[in-house]
Design a protein. Structure first.
Lengths: 161, 754
């Protein structure tokens, strides 16, 4: 077994230090070492988006990021989307629109949709579909997800990051 | 939202509350199987065959075992040997020897990805490395992947002892044809003689995968008392328990299955895969063992839904009446017998009243992973054939495809081809609603554009369910059930008991518990949960009401006959002004006789079958072969939609899986039977960008077999899409494509451009 590396980063606004092997992905460390199991492993190949997190300002598949790469950077996971004041509008709209069934892709969609609205607060339906094309959902047919994101954008995102 | 939202005099049923588990699911707190982390957990991985068909000469595990961090390696000899025995498990009948051989191959591997050994190590990475160091000496055999090839004399045989069961007889010689059935209604020869238009065609459908986003997973802990605890994602915790009981030769009372949140299943999360391996490894190493499949493993060795060859022939009179229909259905079982061909046979002509039908079905083993259920298993393949032929008849008769279907629509009392008569059904009503929908009445102009229609049938399931409901002293109720919640069924059960008790949906707290904590409950499949577990919740609610009336009688100091429950209140019949609320009685439980717990077990008859009619508009790009879906409308009879949003969601999700099946999805193999596209990059499921909004119309023809009229809704929406799309593509380009998927390559071939 290879020697572990010390990593210092910020996750959901808090300073975090961890030890990891060079081959461990960010997803693996979030889930197995740090107990942040909101990001899900659907494919471990960057195809499904269930493990989406935001790295600084970039939406990434955490299965394709090595954990050592987050040294000195800032990670936001689904656990960091809601604040102590309550749910993010996207989360609220997912509830209201019944935009989930099994729910396993939901954390990825929430993180991805927030990243979209942070960049483009008033996307068109096509822009929402294009942005979310990296997130697979097998239950909903996407209809209610797209409606939830459009509705959240119409309500105006509070711009919380 | 396009669906009608009548509440029909109900307070809760038919409304759209936020579902109970949704908050945990949008915040990432919900715990799925892979989120289980017990102290001391170690990790298992599976070594799999690189060949589609081979004899295992020997397995050398020494090098793997010697690796630092490797704790144990097992092969088939570490599992109890099982005899040839059939058992009813989950949605299907399973041969236990096959079940065990599929979990770990004992002598022969029958498909690319077939497990041959399992490793347990301190980390997944070490386990993965150890898997690569297991040396298996294979004698490679020729593989057979195609059902028609597999049926031929002289084809490579998967099982030397498999002999065809056909209509009560067993053949003498071994064959890849596991079984054949034939269903006859009337006289199909005479029927075709009367027909003035007869069409026939052969069809092929590719092997496809259920494609749930969460891979199979299991954490097993072998306890010091010899019992085993399993945490996993499954549609059927009791089915996993009974399969494990057989494969591990342990009594069911020694196995506790804890169903975690489940990330999709669509029928493929009933079978046993790594569960017994994790259990045996846990016993060996004395620590909890966690095993999670990779996506590659998922695509190689779980699911899939059977590919098929179909031939069908249908005849109608000139005035548009179907008089005869015949079909031959040949389905891939995969490595072991048990495809969904029977269900395909009973669905293929069931939306119609046809006096003369003849259906032959063949279950054929091939060198692919053992097939498993996929949403209305078997019906989608079958409807692709029949609903395409109906479109051809309509074209020849110059009749509107919905008017033609309406003219032939099945109604209550009509016999199905397999014997039983239809109960009260909403077949005609879905067709009428589709015909009257603005989509169908709209004009569709433009080159390379076409509209397609198809209908579908699914039988739906009943099964057994249990429910326990505890009244809390604050007037709320906790509802304990055994049906894993795969798409909102906690809430639909909670809404049904809330309706009985006069509570709000939010005043019921539903929870899915383990196999020790609730009575036997069949799995979440067969579109049965809102119907049957919902019924158990209703009955548990009625049990509470009986007890509460007794408490109210005590408080009123009256005989119980003088207490009635109406509008959520308990009333003194003698003095209607004297009332007690549910909450008031709940608060006084401790003074009136102690806790109030409702319980119910059900095994309902009265299952209401489901019908759907879909309309789709497409545009085909003649240069690339790409099909763009311009508009899609799905109409379905839900009996009564308990939570319309989740009925719509089932419809939309089923449609989109059907679209993927129709246009893109297929397992691709090389000539040796090795799968070439075992990733989500290459096994192309629909994304948000591939689709428009999916319009839904919920028709409600109440099922008399349920107090609120519920019919199962989950499965039938996947049935019509491939045929509807095939018909739309034909009307767009003038060529019929009888093979799924209708990929760009096939479209270009059809246009003579490939």
């Amino acid at each position: 077994m290879s020697k572990k590396i010390h990593v210092h980063t910020r996750i959901n606004g808090e300073e975090v230090e961890f030890l990891c092997e060079p081959r461990q992905s960010l997803l693996e460390v979030l889930r197995d070492e740090l107990g942040l199991t909101g990001a899900k492993e659907g494919c471990n190949n960057g195809n499904c988006g269930a493990c989406n997190v935001v790295l600084d300002d970039r939406l990434v598949n955490s299965c394709l990021v090595l954990a050592v790469e987050v040294e000195g950077h800032e990670v936001t996971t689904v656990e960091g989307v809601a604040s102590s004041k309550g749910l993010h509008p996207i989360q609220q709209k997912f509830l209201e629109h019944a935009a989930l069934q099994c729910g396993v892709c939901t954390p990825g969609f929430i993180v991805a949709a927030k990243a979209l609205l942070d960049r483009n607060p008033k996307p068109t339906e096509h822009q929402v579909r294009h942005w979310l094309a990296g997130n697979l959902c097998r239950c909903t047919g996407y209809d209610k997800i797209v409606r939830a994101v459009l509705d959240a954008s119409a309500c105006g995102s509070p711009g919380q990051k | 939202m396009s669906a009608e939202t009548r509440t029909g005099g109900y307070q809760v049923v038919g409304t759209r509350p936020i579902r109970h588990d949704a908050l945990d699911k949008v915040t990432g707190r919900a715990l799925y199987g892979a989120d289980v982390h017990l102290p001391g957990t170690v990790y298992g991985k599976v070594a799999r065959s690189p060949h589609a068909h081979a004899i295992i000469r020997s397995i050398d595990t020494r090098e793997a075992e010697a690796m630092p961090g490797v704790l144990a390696v097992i092969t088939a000899k570490d599992l109890p040997s099982l005899t040839d025995k059939l058992a009813q498990l989950g949605e299907s009948v399973v041969n236990l020897r096959d079940l065990s051989a599929n979990v770990l191959a004992p002598k022969k591997v029958l498909y690319h990805g077939h497990p041959v050994a399992a490793v347990c190590a301190v980390s997944t990475h070490v386990a993965e490395e150890a898997v690569k160091r297991i040396q298996v000496d294979y004698e490679v055999l020729p593989a057979v992947l195609d059902v028609l090839e597999a049926m031929k004399e002289g084809s490579p045989l998967l099982h030397q002892d498999l002999k065809t069961h056909s209509m009560g007889k067993t053949a003498e010689k071994p064959s890849n044809v596991a079984s054949h059935f034939q269903w006859k209604l009337g006289d199909v020869e005479k029927g075709f003689a009367k027909a003035e238009v007869v069409v026939e065609r052969s069809f092929r459908t590719a092997t496809v995968h259920q494609g749930y986003i969460e891979p199979h997973n299991t954490t097993a802990r072998w306890n010091p008392d010899g019992s085993v605890t399993i945490w996993c994602s499954t549609q059927g915790p009791f089915a996993i328990r009974s399969q494990l009981s057989e494969v591990l030769k342990l009594p069911v009372s020694k196995i506790k299955v804890i169903p975690m949140e489940i990330g999709g299943g669509f029928g493929a999360k009933f079978p046993l895969y790594v569960h017994p391996l994790a259990a045996v490894l846990a016993k060996k190493v004395g620590r909890p063992v966690k095993m999670t499949l990779s996506r590659v493993e998922e695509l190689l060795a779980t699911g899939p839904a059977p590919g098929s060859y179909l031939w069908a022939k249908m005849g109608a009179t000139r005035d548009g009446r179907l008089v005869a229909a015949q079909a031959k259905l040949v389905y891939e079982a995969g490595a072991y017998p048990g495809s969904a061909v029977g269900a395909g046979g009973l669905c293929i002509f069931s939306p119609y009243h046809i006096e003369n039908t003849l259906i032959d079905g063949y279950d054929v083993v091939v060198n692919k992973a053992r097939s498993s259920a996929y949403r209305a298993p078997g019906a989608t393949n079958a409807a692709f054939a029949s609903e395409t032929l109906i479109d051809e008849i309509c074209e020849k008769l110059k009749m509107d495809p919905i008017e033609f279907r309406l003219k032939n629509a099945a109604k209550e009392g009509d016999p199905r081809a397999d014997g039983p008569k239809h109960p009260k059904i909403g077949c005609r009503e879905t067709m009428e609603a589709a015909r009257n929908h603005p989509h169908y009445r709209s004009a569709l102009g433009g080159k390379f554009r076409g509209r397609g229609v198809a209908s579908g049938f699914w039988i739906n399931g009943g099964g057994q369910s249990s429910a326990v409901a505890n009244v809390m002293s604050d007037g709320t109720v906790s509802l304990i059930e055994g049906s894993p919640d795969i798409g909102g069924t906690r809430t639909t059960a909670a809404m049904q008991i809330a309706e009985v008790l006069g509570l709000r949906a939010e005043e019921v707290n539903p929870m899915v518990v383990d196999t020790d904590t609730i009575g036997y409950t069949d799995g979440t499949g067969g579109s049965r949960t809102t119907f049957a577990t919902g019924l158990a919740a209703i009955e548990a609610g009625r049990d509470i009401l009986c007890q509460m009336k007794e408490r109210a009688a005590k408080l009123f100091e009256l005989p119980v006959e003088d207490v009635e429950h109406a509008d959520g209140e308990f009333r003194n019949r003698k003095d209607p002004k004297k009332t007690l609320t549910f909450k008031a009685i709940a608060e006084q439980m401790g003074q009136t006789g102690g806790p109030i717990v409702g319980r119910a077990t059900v095994q309902p008859g009265g299952v209401g079958p489901a019908f759907a009619t879909h309309v789709v508009d497409v545009e085909v790009d003649p240069d690339t072969g790409k099909v763009t879906i311009l508009r899609y409308t799905a109409v379905q009879d839900a009996g009564k939609a308990i939570h319309p949003s989740y009925v719509e969601g089932q419809m939309q999700g089923g449609v989109v899986q059907g679209i993927g099946w129709a246009l893109n999805e297929e397992f691709i193999y090389d000539e040796q039977g090795r799968m070439l596209n075992s990733s989500f990059l290459d096994y192309r499921m629909p994304t948000a960008l591939d689709l428009p909004m999916i319009d839904t119309v919920i028709v409600e023809v109440p099922n008399p077999g349920h107090p609120y009229g519920v019919r199962g809704v989950g499965e039938v929406p996947i049935v019509p899409p491939p045929a509807a799309l095939a018909n739309a593509i034909y009307h767009a380009i003038g060529v019929r494509i009888p093979d799924l998927p209708m990929s760009p390559r096939r479209i270009l071939e059809a246009l003579g451009k490939a």
